[in-house]
Ligand binder design. Structure first.
Ligand code: NAP
Length: 309
């Protein structure tokens, strides 16, 4: 399948290039294409005519989004509309990534693909705009209501054979996947694991917030899960893909030091003690009702550490 990966120098983009080697993908980053430039997007993508477009490009600095919401909305929102339109015209499958931060984090039991987004920061709003652009191109501008009796064909729980067969032959230009993920770390770029390890070197007590709960997700696992989803021919729709099980940032840090055998004076603290420009959701676990869970974040962390000791 002729495949294009955009945002290829990013943390996830680099893993996607590896996971999709079988497809010999074309990899583009911001120096090859600025996704906020519609004429460039139209021209370059039409020339290449990919059958599969994977967009890992994004404005991902959550705190900086507060000051630069206009730019964030251009990259994470408007530009996604440009990509969705071109994908549709080319009859290509579009894979796009979104975030747990489209939710407000008040739901302790986490969020399924059916839950209605309600972002509490600029990054979440900009990512939601991107989701909406893809959804609106399909003629469905509404998110499914939280009423679970109202499940439509792409939002039914995993295991519904009737729905799977109904949706197994969608029109080609109806092939799109929005994959929501969370708390990503990987081999490329800065990440929480490396930040913790380098902060610990100072030998000072380390305070980490203990009242934000989510699922740390290993970028290579997400890239592989993307490959599996594309190959599965599953119906178009929103999918949740994170490593399984949940933890706070403090709990994640504790496990990191355990795995790396570091004796660190780690102190749990409340978000209030560590104010940042962007508000974060308290509970942002993404529940997957359409696909089986990925391996646990603890197992994935051990694999990461085996490469970075
Ligand atoms: N990181 C997380 O914790 C997390 C959590 C949930 C969801 N996600 C989502 O997962 C996806 C991948 O995230 P990531 O962490 O891999 O991102 P990343 O490392 O920040 O990579 C994003 C890439 O997009 C490029 N880019 C920025 N603006 C662009 C533009 N206008 N045109 C073309 N390329 C542009 C960036 O280039 P420059 O670096 O040169 O700007 C960078 O190479 C994103 O959709 C993100 O929203 C991430």
């Amino acid at each position: 399948m002729k495949t294009l990966i955009i945002g290829a120098k990013g943390m996830l983009g680099q893993e996607l290039a590896k996971a999709f080697t079988e497809f010999n993908p074309t990899v583009w980053d911001v120096s090859d294409i600025d996704i906020t430039d519609q004429s460039q997007v139209n021209e370059k993508m039409s020339m290449l005519a990919p059958e599969l477009i994977i967009n890992a490009a994004a404005y991902t600095n959550v705190d900086a989004c507060e000051e630069n919401e206009e730019l964030a909305t251009k990259v994470n929102g408007t530009a996604v509309g440009y990509l969705a339109r071109v994908a549709s015209n080319l009859g290509a499958t579009l894979v796009h990534y979104s975030t747990d931060y489209v939710f407000d984090g008040t739901q302790q039991e986490g969020y399924t693909e059916l839950d209605t987004p309600h972002p509490i920061n600029a990054y979440g709003r900009s990512k939601l705009a991107g989701e909406q652009d893809i959804l609106s191109l399909r003629g469905s501008e509404q998110y499914p209501a939280n009423d679970r009796s109202n499940l439509n064909d792409e939002n039914r729980p995993f295991g519904d054979d009737k729905v799977a067969s109904l949706a197994s032959t969608p029109p080609r230009n109806d092939r799109w996947y929005i994959i929501r993920t969370a708390w990503l770390y990987g081999h490329a770029g800065k990440n929480f694991v490396e930040t913790m390890l380098s902060m610990a070197q100072a030998g000072e007590p380390l305070k980490v917030v203990d009242d934000q709960i989510g699922s740390p997700t290993y970028a290579p696992d997400l890239a592989q899960a993307t490959f599996d989803l594309v190959k599965s021919g599953k119906p178009a729709g929103i999918y949740h893909r994170t490593n399984s099980e949940t933890i706070s940032w403090y709990g994640f840090a504790k496990e990191i030091f355990e795995v790396y055998g570091k004796d660190v004076d780690l102190v749990p603290c409340a978000t209030m003690e560590y104010p940042r420009p962007a508000k974060r959701p308290t509970f942002s676990t993404l529940v997957s009702t359409k696909l089986p869970s990925l391996r646990s974040w603890q197992e994935a962390l051990r694999e990461y550490a085996s490469f970075h000791h």
